[in-house]
Ligand binder design. Structure first.
Ligand code: UD1
Length: 429
């Protein structure tokens, strides 16, 4: 297995192009199942999760093509994927495939909405908390799908199609909102989704669905209204920038010091995190095509943070922020309210010399003057990249094992950091 080797101490200076968002690309690809026409998606990141989803969809009989690189494009330019779900031969997503990535469970929504039948394995994905799918199933049941659980599979049927419904989510769920939104586009009548997730990825999915002929209002707010249509058509859409990748590199330069421009991204997608970085001592400004983050020799200040659904501080940046706080002046309290058990990075950060105490849903991080390089092991996607951030300032060498987690969610990570001065390389296993 590949490893990432980092020699800490170098500041980050230069420009990092931000990739398309994994968490937007996945639901957008899944939305292609709603139409027999071709959906063309631009700015799709080159990531293991994207390939896994394409594999699952190929199993259904979906055709896809990936456009090669054009003159002038670097390997960091997103790819264009054309997906056509004309004739589906199978509406079953098996355990072996779905267990590698939780978001693939969402295929259940377009399959049952368009074909009246779907059989999808209960999902896997990052081992963060129990991550149930009860609310996704609730939404489909409200829309008129009959649901049965058989041997680890969820079977959803609606031979006469779905109908509009009022869906009140008792808890904000991104996946639940994606599922309800996709299914409602082809349901007969009006659907109202309340307490909907306001994440920008939901708005991006809705923007693409609207191009495909869906009638949707309010995406990006907590109440979405969908007027069902009888069919959708093909469209062309560019995936939004990855706000988690943006925030990760912003935390990295706050950690190492230096001056980074993050290109092709927008501050409004992660304002809460940028505000916190400002309080911690980084200088954040918007440029015409992205965000500039600087930190000079001054230290990092401890800041308390609580994760929340958008527009709050994202849980997907919690581990990275904790890495930053390991070097802060003072103690910061980091509260995780979205997922229980999302503190697996704590013991690995401790191996690098961090002082962190866990108490229920909170981590108390006492900043230390130095971290020391060590071999560490990544346990999930965001935890892995927090170890990279810590390794960038740790004295000596840090080796991060199990890099496949990073490959699921960060495109060309070592190349992007190395170009800005980091001493980082991949060691092929
Ligand atoms: C998505 C993101 C993930 C991010 C998370 C929260 C993708 C591919 N993944 O995950 O990176 O960390 O949003 O921002 O976009 N819940 C239930 N029942 C359900 C569904 C969810 O109780 O049926 C709970 C979860 O356990 C969790 C909370 O709701 O406590 C939020 O989860 P959700 O927003 O659904 O996360 P995902 O969509 O899986």
């Amino acid at each position: 297995m590949d490893r990432i080797r980092i020699r800490g101490g170098a500041p980050l200076n230069g420009l990092i192009p931000i990739s398309g968002a994994k968490n937007a690309a996945l639901p957008l690809m899944i939305a292609s199942l709603l139409t027999e026409d071709t959906l063309e998606l631009g700015n799709v990141p080159r990531l293991a999760d994207i390939s896994s989803l394409l594999r699952i969809m190929s199993n259904f009989g979906v055709d896809h093509s990936i456009a090669g690189r054009r003159p002038g494009q670097s390997s960091e330019t997103g790819q264009t994927i054309r997906v056509t779900a004309k004739s589906i031969i199978d509406t079953c997503a098996p355990y072996e495939l779905v267990s590698t990535m939780r978001a693939s469970f969402w295929v259940i929504a377009p399959l049952v909405a368009r074909f009246g039948h779907a059989k999808v394995s209960m999902p896997g994905g990052c081992a963060i908390g129990t991550r149930p799918v009860d609310l996704l199933i609730m939404a489909l049941a409200k829309l008129g799908a009959a649901i049965e659980i058989e041997g680890g599979y969820v079977v959803a049927t609606a031979p006469k199609g779905l109908h509009g419904a009022e869906i009140d989510f008792p808890k904000v769920t991104v996946g639940g909102t994606h599922v309800a939104l996709m299914a409602a586009t082809l349901a007969q009548g009006t659907t109202v989704i309340r307490n909907a997730a306001r994440e920008p990825e939901v708005a991006d999915l809705a923007a693409c669905l609207i191009k495909m002929g869906a009638k949707i209002q309010g995406a990006g707010t907590s109440e979405i209204v969908v007027e069902g249509v009888s069919s959708l058509y093909g469209a062309s859409h560019d995936v939004m920038p990855d706000r988690i990748e943006t925030g990760t590199y912003a935390m990295a330069v706050a950690m190492t010091g230096g001056d980074l421009v993050l290109e092709n991204t927008r501050a409004e997608y992660l304002q809460a995190a940028l505000d916190v970085l400002g309080q911690a001592g980084a200088e954040v400004s918007s440029t015409h095509s992205g965000i500039r983050i600087r930190r000079n020799g001054n230290g990092i200040q401890a800041v308390d943070v609580t994760t929340d659904p958008f527009p709050g501080f994202p849980t997907d940046l919690q581990a990275q922020f904790m890495a930053l706080m390991t070097r802060a002046n003072g103690t910061s309290r980091i509260r995780e309210t979205i997922f229980e058990n999302r503190f697996m990075h704590v013991q690995e950060l401790a191996r690098l010399g961090a002082h962190i105490r866990l108490d229920g849903d909170s981590a108390y991080v006492d900043g230390v003057p130095t971290l020391k390089g060590a071999p560490v092991m990544a346990t999930d996607l965001r935890a892995s990249v927090s170890l990279v951030i810590a390794g960038l300032v740790a004295e000596g060498e840090t080796t991060i094992n199990r890099v496949y987690h990073l490959d699921r969610g960060f495109e060309a990570l070592e190349a992007k950091l190395a170009r800005c001065g980091a001493e980082i390389e991949r060691v092929r296993g």
